[in-house]
Design a protein around this ligand. Structure first.
Ligand code: C2O
Ligand code: CU
Length: 464
């Protein structure tokens, strides 16, 4: 495995993920503030200048929000940014009015104003929150954080680590973010890709471990567009959950796995590397491996012995997807982008040729329409099962994210895949999902490659 010097050899502290600072006595009934503001952080490796970012409470990632399953989350978004904003709680099954999609479920919160979010976290798992206004810019500037909902009963692991993966497009001299967030080339191709990859807002994350320890790794892909191909070294791993939802049977990890934008995976990893060695979460790039996170192993003799394969995490309630066979199917044709051959599409109610769309910096269409429509893609009654058949006729992969509900992929043999809220659909693929209508309201359904959302790849589902 090759390593990049800038990413290794520095003892970097694990991150500034601050816990909940709750006053011992509630001074008032006001929710705790979550301040969206500018900040300066050391993002690039030491020796580079600090970077100005936008962060929740001025940190990168934003303040960790962590509750136990069934607890209430109350947060007052205080917008100290020079732009409107809103907060989306990615993967949480909450009321529609709390979903935070500016322009669909709430008005954007203007600079200087605030908005109170208040909901119960029904599911245990690994979630995250991020800006949902001009997210192609605001998420790229750092407006995101982890949201962890702990299981009712403690889970038997030695460490529980949150790893938010992101890539940053930085000027190599000044270490400042490239301000061209809506560059036509990145919107029309694979999206904004960074030249600097980080975990939890730091160049290098090192987590010391002991031989044979079992660690829960909560990986969250917060990147605008990058799909992370990952593998393990010096670790034996099991997939315990995707997108916050436990698998019925943990899956032994063999070889490489992908983490698309917006996706999460919970792994249990057992340290197999010996004391004095380092285990790694490895990022693959053109057959080369880079250390995304290093786990230096120390402390022999006293360590525990290896454990058996882990038992499944407790399932979240009411996640069945019944009656898939007879459920109505809605088609979703994904078109456009560079080399996509899109001739024309409807934009703002007008049919435009591809040239005119390019001039409007809009490149992608769902069912022949660019961007949001007045009418939903589909109506689903609460409690009813519906299917969406997605056909990707573009030249790029897309990370399709449904708000408010988890879905299961309907596999070719009729089996159902694991519960997910974000699915990678590669070029030329047809993939079908099934889900049950959840809380009533307007639920966004879009590509989580945020430049694609900004240039056409968004629609919505109405639950009645
Ligand atoms: Cu993670 Cu529509 O968002
Ligand atoms: Cu996309």
């Amino acid at each position: 495995m090759t390593t990049r010097r800038a990413f290794l050899g520095q003892a970097t502290a694990t991150l500034a993920l601050s816990g909940l600072a709750r006053p011992a006595f509630a001074a008032s009934h006001d929710p705790q503030a979550l301040v969206a503001r500018e900040a300066v952080v050391q993002l690039a490796p030491e020796g580079y200048p600090a970077t100005s970012i936008w962060g929740y409470d001025g940190t990168l990632p934003g303040t960790l929000i962590r509750v136990r399953q069934g607890e209430r989350i109350r947060r007052r978004l205080v917008n100290e940014l020079p732009q409107p904003s809103s907060v989306h709680w990615h993967g949480l099954r909450i009321e529609n009015a709390m979903d935070g999609v500016a322009g669909l479920t709430q008005d954007p919160v203007p600079p200087g104003e605030s908005f109170d979010y208040d909901f119960v976290a029904p599911d245990a798992g690994t979630f995250w929150y991020h800006s949902h206004y001009n997210s192609v810019e605001q998420v790229a500037r750092g407006l995101y954080g982890a949201l962890i909902v702990d299981e009712a009963e403690p889970v038997d692991v030695d460490h529980d680590e949150i790893l938010m993966l992101d890539d940053w497009l930085l000027d190599t001299e000044t270490a400042q973010l490239d301000p061209d967030f809506a560059a036509p080339h990145s919107l029309s191709h694979a999206g904004r890709r960074g030249n600097f990859v980080a975990t939890n807002g730091a160049a290098l994350t090192e987590l010391p471990v002991k031989p044979n320890e079992r660690i829960r790794l909560r990986l969250i892909n917060a990147a605008n567009a990058r799909i992370f191909p990952l593998t393990l070294s010096g670790l034996d791993g099991w997939v315990m959950a995707y997108d916050g939802m436990p698998l019925d049977t943990p899956e032994k990890l063999e070889g490489e796995f992908l983490l698309g934008p917006g996706q999460r995976v919970d792994l249990f990893v057992d340290v197999t590397a010996a004391a004095g060695e380092s285990a790694h979460l490895v990022r693959l790039n053109d057959e080369e491996g880079f250390s995304q996170v290093a786990f230096p192993v120390a402390g022999d003799g006293v360590s525990r012995t290896r454990r058996d394969a882990p038992a499944a995490l407790p399932p979240n309630p009411g996640m069945d997807v019944p009656g898939v066979e007879g459920a109505p199917v809605t088609d979703l044709l994904m078109e456009g982008g560079a080399m996509g051959g899109l001739q024309e599409a409807v934009y703002n109610g007008e049919t435009l040729g591809f040239r005119a769309l390019v001039d409007a910096n809009q490149f992608w269409a769902f069912n022949g329409v660019v961007g949001m429509t007045d009418t939903p893609l589909m109506n689903v009654a609460r409690g009813e099962t519906a299917r969406v058949k997605m056909r990707n006729e573009t030249a790029f992969p897309h990370a399709m994210h449904l708000h408010g509900m988890h879905f299961r992929e309907v596999l070719e043999n009729g089996d159902l895949g694991p519960l997910r809220d974000t699915l990678l659909v590669f070029r030329g693929e047809t993939r079908e999902i099934a889900f049950v209508g959840g809380a009533p309201g307007k639920w966004l359904f879009h590509c989580h490659m945020l430049g694609h959302t900004a240039s056409g790849m968004a629609t919505w589902v109405q639950v009645t």
